[in-house]
Design a protein around this ligand. Structure first.
Ligand SMILES: Nc1nc2c(c(=O)[nH]1)N=C([C@H](O)[C@H](O)COP(=O)(O)OP(=O)(O)OP(=O)(O)O)CN2
Ligand SMILES: [Zn+2]
Length: 152
């Protein structure tokens, strides 16, 4: 966790915050093409969340580090991801709990919270490591294009 170098994301904001955390969860990929991953197995997922913005809140925070962790950890830690039917669906490939879909889902959960805050920072990158040799990065490309078009 410490000393890991993450890929950088370009954005125009003054402040960039990164929060690292882990959660333990089981999952399976419900596809004949997923090989051994069709069977239920567990990971200690490692996430790095990047939040950026120009305005701090009344605490002097862009966003509280602990809130970022809580949003994801409280929901997914020590659970079977496939059972979260509000986020994942075993019938729809774009909603199978793969690393890609879990990274995107984490982005959506964080983005929903940030949009509800007064200072409205934005999530610009989610790095999600599933195993020591496998990770995925999700970036909100539409938002990043808008920022690039309008700001720099
Ligand atoms: N694009 C994706 N490919 C795979 C995913 C995924 O989510 N997205 N998931 C899996 C499995 O769930 C598995 O947990 C991870 O696979 P893998 O990296 O192959 O795991 P290993 O520990 O066996 O890797 P080695 O580097 O060979 O030890 C599979 N693919
Ligand atoms: Zn897996």
């Amino acid at each position: 966790m410490l000393q890991q170098i993450y890929p950088q994301v370009q954005h125009p904001f003054s402040y960039e915050l990164n929060k690292d955390f882990q959660f333990a969860a089981a999952h399976y990929v419900p596809s004949d093409k997923a090989g051994k991953c069709q069977r239920v197995h567990g990971h200690t997922y490692f996430a790095n969340i990047t939040v950026a913005g120009d305005k701090l809140d009344e605490t002097g925070f862009l966003v509280n580090f602990s809130t970022i962790k809580q949003i994801i950890h409280d929901r997914f830690d020590h659970t079977l991801l496939n059972e979260h039917e509000d986020y994942f669906n075993n019938e729809v490939p774009n909603l199978f709990p793969t690393t890609e879909v879990v990274a995107r889902t984490i982005y959506e959960m964080i983005a929903e919270y940030l949009a509800s805050t007064e200072n409205k920072p934005v999530c610009v990158q989610v790095f999600l490591r599933e195993t020591p040799t496998s990770y995925c990065i999700y970036r909100p490309v539409e938002l990043l294009r808008q920022l690039q078009g309008g700001r720099f």
